[in-house]
Structure formats: structure tokens, C-alpha cells
Design a protein around this ligand. Structure first.
Ligand SMILES: [Zn+2]
Length: 189
């Protein structure tokens, strides 16, 4: 079952490696404002909902600071969905569930995912996908480039169903697809 991904350290190690690759691409650039060199200035993070064996992969969000004007450049991420306290894979997986939000489903999420999410938080995520995601600059540009099977009124569920491969492959692909939302020009979370 896909929820086992969340307790698999190698899955989280893979996401950290992808984030490090994204950060290395950014590090080779210079400041877009003053062309100054970028220096590492990572953020410490302590996200909710991960088993102890997986937390080490989420201790740091990669970020850089211009050596001249001090402007911050936080890089896109497949692990951190903006400032959300829950890691990106948890948000995507729980948002994938199509059931209505009831006490029963909250209990099932707690049992299967090992994550306690309040009804209010889950509703907020649902609202964001339904009302905000479709208005982002990222989505307005991306939707014209995607096959029709990716278009639906249920995101991110439609993306997970559209990609091929194992569920792990699909989830990684969706996290990579959505990473631009987490920083830079398309930052929207
Ligand atoms: Zn600068």
C-alpha cells in the first residue's frame, strides 16, 4: 500500500537527493538583482507527521543568500510544500484521498499513515487545491502543456492517476512537477 512509502527511509532519502540536485542548479546561478555570488543559508525545519527514522531527511531546507545585497533564494523542493508544517509527500497523499472528511476517515488516516491531521487542516488543503491551485501562475502555464488526462476538477489526484509506473514513481513525478510552486517565480504555497 502506498502509505508504506511514508515510513520507508529510502523514499525520503531519494526526495532529499532530488532537492539537493535542485539546490546545486540554483547555487551555480548568481543573484538576479545584483549578480552577486550566492552563499548557502539553509533553514532548519522540523516537519510534523514523520516517523523518527525518517525525520533526518527533513532537517534542512536548502536556501541561499546573495553575498552583496543579502537577497534570499530558497530553492524548489519535493520535500517541503512551502511553509506547511507537514512534508509535501504527506500533503499530496492525504489530498489524494477521495473520501469525504469524517471522523472515520481521520481515524483511518491516523491508523494507516501514522499522521494526525485535524479536520480543519484537511479542509484547508482541499480548499487550496480546489480554489487556489487553479489560479496560480504555475498552473495557468502548465495546464496547456499537459495531456488531457491530467485535467480534472480534482487535484492533485488527477496527476497521480495520470503518471505511469509504480505508486512511488507516480508520487515522485508529481512532487517534481509541483516543485516550482514551492519557490521562485511560481512560488504559491
Ligand atoms: Zn544580490
Amino acid at each position: 500500500m502506498y502509505h508504506k512509502l511514508l515510513i520507508n527511509p529510502s523514499f525520503h532519502a531519494l526526495l532529499r537527493a532530488i532537492d539537493n540536485d535542485l539546490a546545486e542548479i540554483a547555487r551555480k546561478e548568481s543573484c538576479c538583482d545584483c549578480a552577486g555570488a550566492l552563499h548557502q543559508a539553509n533553514y532548519s525545519r522540523s516537519p510534523l507527521g514523520l516517523p523518527a527514522s525518517c525525520r533526518e531527511y527533513y532537517k534542512t531546507r536548502r536556501s541561499f543568500c546573495c553575498g552583496q545585497c543579502r537577497k534570499r533564494f530558497t530553492t524548489p523542493s519535493v520535500r517541503f510544500f512551502g511553509r506547511h508544517r507537514f512534508p509535501a509527500p504527506i500533503i499530496i497523499l492525504i489530498s489524494f484521498l477521495k473520501r469525504s472528511i469524517t471522523v472515520l476517515t481521520l481515524n483511518q488516516v491516523r491508523r494507516y499513515f501514522g499522521v494526525t491531521v485535524s479536520k480543519r487542516t484537511w479542509r484547508r488543503w482541499c480548499r487550496w487545491w480546489r480554489d487556489c491551485f487553479i489560479t496560480t501562475k504555475f498552473w495557468k502555464q502548465a495546464k496547456g502543456l499537459l495531456p488531457i488526462k491530467c485535467l480534472s476538477d480534482r487535484y492533485p489526484r488527477a496527476f497521480l492517476l495520470a503518471y505511469s509506473g509504480t505508486f512511488k514513481d507516480k508520487l515522485v513525478a508529481v512532487l517534481q512537477f509541483l516543485a516550482p510552486l514551492t519557490a521562485g517565480t511560481y512560488h504559491a504555497v
